[in-house]
Design a protein around this ligand. Structure first.
Ligand code: PMP
Length: 306
């Protein structure tokens, strides 16, 4: 990833991709205290446009606030940095990675003289899973790792260090032959995937875990909006793992994963073992909205060109 052409926005300036470097004593590299976003831009009739840019920037600022990191840029500046990262790298579609991290001015947990740095990179990353997975769904395993407890780390922050838990779970799932992990909370209730929120359909009603240990997903909020538009009831509540086994449909949501059907959990086939009708409808609405084909939600898209 590091050795390629392109530009990365770093602390207010566009720098050549290869020169966007940081020192090995960068504090965040040692202790994981930092926060980031995962954002996508899609090709639309108005050129490339970023989906729900304001919501992502707001969450980045909330994460920084939770971690007590003082943001050296305004939300407008960060929005502009993201638009410029797509535009100046001449991308039609992009995955964007804004990150806020602490510098190398000091070491140790007590360091209090650390500069807060901000970066935004954008690159082409068409599909997080195989393209067929959008239709056929993926195989998921319940993780032996528990999702973070709200008092162990800050679950509302998209914090770098939180992703150790995600990676342990994902690597375990993949080495066991699955494509994604399902993490349970410390009481054993369904929380989320390694980088996605989860929904199930039972008796035509959409259920998703309440926002305690799972991230406040922007795709999750988007899907809830669509469900309401369709007149589908949405219940945010505790869900057990065996309820996922017996659901009619189940799917993950996330900026990277988009709307991804789950066809199997722990060797139990869910519903028809492929994308179900409710998932298909919501997924179609999602792709229409991100690609600028939904007049109703045009305001969710921010074109990168002026
Ligand atoms: N949960 C976790 C742990 C995540 O990393 C993500 C991806 N940001 C999500 C859920 C989904 O969030 P969003 O829809 O905002 O991408």
């Amino acid at each position: 990833m590091a050795d390629r052409d392109g530009l990365i926005w770093l602390d207010g300036e566009m720098v050549p991709w290869r020169d966007a470097k940081t020192h090995v004593l960068t504090h965040t590299l040692h202790y994981g205290l930092g926060c980031f976003e995962g954002v996508r831009a899609y090709s639309t009739d108005n050129g490339p446009a970023i989906f729900r840019l304001n919501e992502h920037t707001d969450r980045l600022f909330r994460s920084a606030h939770i971690l007590n990191m003082k943001m050296p840029f305004s939300k407008d500046e960060l929005n502009e940095a993201q638009r410029a990262s797509v535009r100046e790298n001449k991308l039609d579609e992009a995955y964007l990675r804004p990150m806020v991290f602490l510098g190398s001015e000091g070491m140790g947990l007590r360091a209090d003289n650390l500069k807060v740095h901000v970066m935004v990179a954008a690159w082409s990353w068409p599909s997080y899973m195989s393209p067929e997975a959008k239709e056929l769904g993926i195989k998921v395993r319940t993780s032996s790792y528990t999702r973070h407890h709200v008092n162990i780390t800050m679950c509302k922050a998209k914090a770098n260090g939180n992703y150790i838990n995600s990676m342990l779970a994902l690597n375990e799932a993949i080495s066991g032959g699955a494509e994604e992990a399902l993490l349970l909370d410390n009481e054993g209730y369904v929380a989320e995937g390694s980088g996605e929120n989860i929904f199930i359909v039972r008796d035509g009603v959409l259920h998703t875990p309440e926002l305690t240990s799972c991230l406040e997903g922007i795709t999750r909020a988007t899907i809830i909006t669509f469900a309401k538009e369709l007149g589908l009831e949405v219940r945010e509540r505790r869900i057990t793992r065996d309820e996922v086994y017996i659901a009619e449909e189940a799917f993950f949501t996330g900026t990277a994963a988009e709307v991804l059907p789950i066809r199997e959990l722990d060797g139990r086939v869910i519903g028809a073992g492929k994308r179900g009708p409710v998932t298909e409808k919501l997924q179609a609405m999602y792709f229409d909205a991100v690609k600028g084909k939904s007049a109703k939600h045009a305001n969710w898209l921010t074109p990168v060109r002026d």
